[in-house]
Design a protein. Structure first.
Length: 224
């Protein structure tokens, strides 16, 4: 039971940090793709959405190439700051954030595209700054769709396995998340532990998905 609680706590920490990173980046890039027209816009969207369809182990390999000690980013961090991300919970956060990012991006872009552009234009005519238009008009009208995508990203981060295993490994109490703990328990023949971990994961994800469905934009429109 103690091991399950430790794995749950680590999974929640990784998922919360990964979701926070995705929310910040997803808001900015989602608004950019929804409102700006520029060459290569759809190509950029396709590249940013790639983690949704790419095998997690492939993403994990790319991350190892980038943030490993011999990678361009990993070598720079190690050389100048003494930071090593491989086999750490911070590395697990990066892996989970990359895998779950498309869910926030797609949710944010769809939500911003549903906002009436004339409302934003009216705010600009009244002298509101671009940042003010975003914070006072666009985001308040799009927050349900953004939050729904964010909750889905949180659930995806909670269940991430392949990329996290490759980047962070499976160190009990340090990098062993719930999904990895389930795998280790099954491999060790510890069925009781595996059943408990699966139950905890399933309940957590169901709660998040129900909340995301209640916040989905199509539900709001149907209720209207």
């Amino acid at each position: 039971m103690d091991a399950a609680l430790i794995a749950l706590g680590l999974s929640l920490k990784v998922a919360l940090w990964a979701t926070a990173i995705d929310l910040v980046l997803g808001l900015g890039l989602g608004y950019l793709l929804a409102r700006k027209r520029f060459p290569g816009r759809e190509l950029l969207d396709a590249v940013l959405t790639l983690p949704m369809v790419m095998p997690p182990t492939v993403l994990g390999y790319y991350l190892l190439v980038l943030i490993g000690r011999n990678g361009p980013i990993g070598h720079w961090l190690q050389h100048y700051f003494g930071i090593n991300l491989i086999f750490t919970w911070q590395g697990a956060v990066i892996a989970a954030a990359v895998v779950a990012f498309p869910l926030v991006l797609k949710g944010a872009r769809s939500a911003f595209e549903a906002v009436d552009v004339q409302l934003e234009q009216a705010a600009r005519v009244l002298g509101v700054s671009p940042l003010g238009v975003f914070l006072r008009v666009s985001l308040p009208l799009a927050w349900r769709g953004v939050l729904a995508g964010t909750l889905l990203a949180f659930a995806r981060s909670m269940g991430e396995f392949g990329a996290t295993l490759m980047v962070a490994g499976s160190i009990p109490g340090k990098t062993q998340t719930l999904s990895i703990a389930v795998y280790e328990a099954v491999q060790a023949g510890q069925d009781d532990t595996a059943n408990l971990l699966v139950l905890i994961t399933s309940i957590t994800c169901i709660i998040v998905l129900v909340a995301a469905n209640r916040l989905a934009p199509n539900r709001v429109q149907g209720a209207a």
